[in-house]
Ligand binder design. Structure first.
Ligand SMILES: *[C@@H]1O[C@H](CO)[C@@H](O)[C@H](O)[C@H]1NC(C)=O
Ligand SMILES: *[C@@H]1O[C@H](CO)[C@@H](O)[C@H](O)[C@H]1NC(C)=O
Ligand SMILES: *[C@@H]1O[C@H](CO)[C@@H](O)[C@H](O)[C@H]1NC(C)=O
Ligand SMILES: *[C@@H]1O[C@H](CO)[C@@H](O)[C@H](O)[C@H]1NC(C)=O
Ligand SMILES: *[C@@H]1O[C@H](CO)[C@@H](O)[C@H](O)[C@H]1NC(C)=O
Length: 687
């Protein structure tokens, strides 16, 4: 009885503290609301469990000051696909908000403007729409405003001119229209202004041209007109103006001289008058030229929005608060934890791959405005590092910059991870032109130590071109990340393993003719690799397997990772060999000779051929015996229910047996195999 009373009393007190806590801790309430708005499916912010102190470091991406107040939120590239809630405005002490490289939708809430301590606002590379709230002009401490690569429309608010500390304003690649506000010229601190790839019209206001610290002005691909202020000549390469057909001016090599029909101010069109505007949304053919060297100096233009280290300084101050509201917090915790559990159990059934629609936000030679800062170090592709002369013309044509890679993969969002292996991870990505790519991420420690060797390998990789090889689109090496990226075409149907070991009636069971065509295609790919051409030495693949054969939409085979071993350290190559030995692809002579030759590729091809016709990954001795004694019913895939050509089956079985002969000299060459296969009837039939 007394105990009961005590319990009730305790409950009462805690309810009191609970409500007191929610009044005195609006930051907690704000984060609860932010979590559900930014991440409505509760997939990515699972560390935000509200069962500890906000500032104890358990909240991913939340940074605090010594007073236990939230000062930073950095959640770039987390796959967030919700919206930004007005509740953000309760985080009064925020100095940095980094939400770039996500898939946020909806508008920018005007309430964000009450974050008057905010210094960095990064909302770039999302899918935000609506207009830019004029209230942002009140954010007196703002230094970097990154809103580029979204769907923002309406005009640029004049009020942005009141941002007296702004150094970087990046609005490129949106749907902005109207004139460039002359008030932006009032920002004495402005160093970089990017307005490119919008629908802006009117002329370039002279005050902007005269902004004292301006280093870079990009207005490409708008419909601006009139006389370009000559003060912009001082920016040299920092002024980019291509694709504004109506611009004119003196002293700019690509501009026509203005017609001297009077004062240029008179021919300046009324900014808001109903003048026909080209609203064609620019999507493709982004000019690849005109890349300025990141001529940004000092810190502001490339402030790295790194994950903030969660400060531990906070603890001391926090202890007092904690002690006071201990019971309350305890109860809240229990309550929220229970809620949380409900959320996460339903989440398990969801798949994480949610970025199927192409996202168009990457650009070749993207603006340095959204690039981050990387320290010096390893970058075999960069010029002027003593090895500059070694990078061939060809490699140059394949170079991507890191920003494109980060953009395409949404900053390596876990939702885009396709797979991992010993030395690499593969991410799905979407390039600016909308095409899907698979980006293989290889750490520096897995790559050949000698740069010259590595570059030689890259030269080979970039020279490979065949319809049965997965196409390499680009390469990117980042010294800062200590990683290289290989950008390949993306093949949505996965690899050949997906078509093996199937149950009867599975939709992926391949028809006989398709199998023959796939085998023929693989053989042609290998033939190309083994061939010796002007720009291409003979190349042994070394790692042919069902996993390395990707399948396109028309069920054509494409061999992946060709030449990859030329980039990797021996350790990495050996570990790949171990894997292929475990799967039965490694030719037996490797054990004695320690060498991989064309004939070892042939061996692996023979195993693959057996797999394709039998529909199994594991090639047992009984399959071989049945093939030797020409009993196709016993080695051809049962799922075909006899729907295959006996003639072709016998022929393929013979090739497979020859290819997997113990003695390499007994195995046919790939030219002989291709010739042999080209006589069969199924090979040319289209699906
Ligand atoms: C901006 O886009 C929104 C939809 O995202 C639309 O409702 C609005 O009318 C557009 N405004 C302008 C000025 O085009
Ligand atoms: C830029 O403008 C040029 C010329 O008008 C056009 O060909 C190109 O497609 C535009 N690019 C974009 C991304 O809008
Ligand atoms: C950056 O500025 C410093 C001095 O302010 C100068 O010495 C240096 O050359 C500049 N670097 C670049 C890349 O402009
Ligand atoms: C928050 O961000 C600011 C500015 O980027 C930085 O100086 C500060 O160290 C960060 N604070 C914490 C606690 O991460
Ligand atoms: C971006 O949002 C628009 C609507 O505002 C939608 O039509 C489009 O599909 C979205 N794109 C992506 C990549 O999410």
């Amino acid at each position: 009885m007394f105990f009961n009373f005590l319990l009730n009393f305790a409950l009462l007190i805690s309810i009191f503290i609970f409500s007191a806590d929610s009044i005195t801790n609006p930051e907690l309430e704000s984060l609860v609301e932010l979590k559900s708005s930014l991440d409505p499916s509760n997939k990515y912010l699972t560390s935000w469990t509200f069962d500890g102190n906000l500032c104890d470091g358990t909240f991913e991406g939340v940074g605090c000051n010594a007073m236990g107040q939230v000062t930073n939120i950095s959640l770039q590239g987390k796959g967030l696909n919700g919206h930004l809630s007005p509740a953000i405005s309760a985080l009064k002490h925020l100095t940095g908000l980094y939400l770039h490289y996500n898939s946020l939708v909806g508008g920018i809430p005007k309430e964000i403007a009450s974050l008057t301590h905010l210094v960095d606002l990064y909302l770039n590379v999302n899918n935000l729409s609506g207009s830019i709230p004029p209230e942002i002009g009140n954010m007196e401490n703002l230094q970097v405003l990154q809103l580029c690569y979204n769907q923002l429309n309406g005009s640029i608010p004049n009020q942005l001119g009141s941002l007296k500390r702004l150094t970087v304003l990046a609005l490129q690649s949106n749907q902005l229209t109207g004139a460039i506000p002359a008030s932006l010229g009032d920002i004495g601190t402005l160093m970089r202004l990017d307005l490119s790839f919008n629908h802006l019209f009117g002329s370039i206001p002279t005050p902007i041209a005269e902004a004292p610290l301006l280093q870079s002005l990009d207005i490409r691909n708008n419909t601006l007109s009139g006389n370009v202020p000559s003060a912009l000549q001082r920016l040299k390469e920092g002024f980019q103006y291509a694709n504004n057909p109506e611009l004119c001016g003196v002293g700019f090599h690509a501009l026509k001289v203005c017609s001297d029909s009077g004062n240029p101010d008179e021919i300046r069109p009324e900014p808001y008058a109903g003048r026909p505007i080209n609203y064609g949304i620019p999507k493709t053919n982004i000019p690849e030229t005109a890349n300025v060297q990141p001529n940004c100096n000092q810190t502001q233009c490339s402030k790295p929005p790194k994950r903030r280290s969660h400060s531990s300084v906070v603890v001391g101050v926090v202890v007092a608060t904690l002690a006071l509201s201990f019971i309350g917090v305890f109860i809240i915790t229990k309550h929220r934890r229970a809620k949380q559990k409900h959320g996460s159990s339903s989440e398990l059934s969801d798949t994480r791959l949610s970025t199927d629609q192409p996202k168009e936000f990457c650009r070749k030679n993207g603006s340095p405005l959204i690039s981050l800062e990387y320290p010096n170090g390893w970058d075999p592709l960069s010029d002027g590092q003593g090895l500059g002369g070694l990078t061939s013309e060809v490699i140059q044509g394949f170079k991507f910059n890191l920003e494109e890679v980060e953009c395409a993969t949404q900053y390596f969002s876990p939702g885009n991870l396709l797979g991992k292996s010993g030395f690499s991870a593969v991410y799905r990505g979407v390039l600016r032109d909308g095409s899907m790519v698979a980006i293989k991420r290889v750490s520096k420690s897995s790559c050949k130590v000698e740069e010259a060797e590595f570059l030689k390998g890259l030269n080979i990789l970039t020279s490979l071109r065949h319809e049965n090889l997965v196409r390499l689109r680009g390469i990117c090496c980042s010294k800062g990340r200590g990683e290289c990226f290989l950008i390949y075409d993306f093949l949505p149907n996965g690899n050949l393993l997906r078509y093996l070991d199937l149950k009867d009636g599975d939709a992926n069971v391949l028809e006989w003719s398709t199998r023959v065509r796939i085998i023929y295609g693989i053989a042609k790919g290998i033939q190309y690799l083994h061939s010796n051409k002007v720009n291409k030495p003979t190349l042994v693949h070394q790692n042919i397997s069902a996993e390395k054969v990707l399948i396109d939409q028309r069920l054509n085979p494409l061999i992946s990772d060709s030449g990859l071993h030329k980039l990797l350290t021996n350790d990495m190559v050996f570990s790949a060999l171990k894997a292929s030995a475990a799967m039965g692809y490694l030719a037996p002579e490797y054990a004695t000779t320690g060498r991989l030759t064309e004939k070892s590729d042939i061996y692996a091809f023979g195993m693959l051929l057996f797999q394709v016709i039998s529909g199994r990954t594991k090639i047992t001795n009984s399959i071989r015996v049945a093939a030797e004694s020409s009993r196709p019913q016993e080695f051809i895939d049962q799922n075909l229910h006899g729907m295959f050509s006996e003639y072709e089956a016998a022929k393929l079985a013979k090739i497979a047996l020859n290819c997997t002969h113990e003695s390499p000299t007994e195995r046919p060459s790939i030219d002989e195999i291709v010739l042999d296969l080209s006589n069969c009837t199924s090979c040319y039939r289209s699906p």
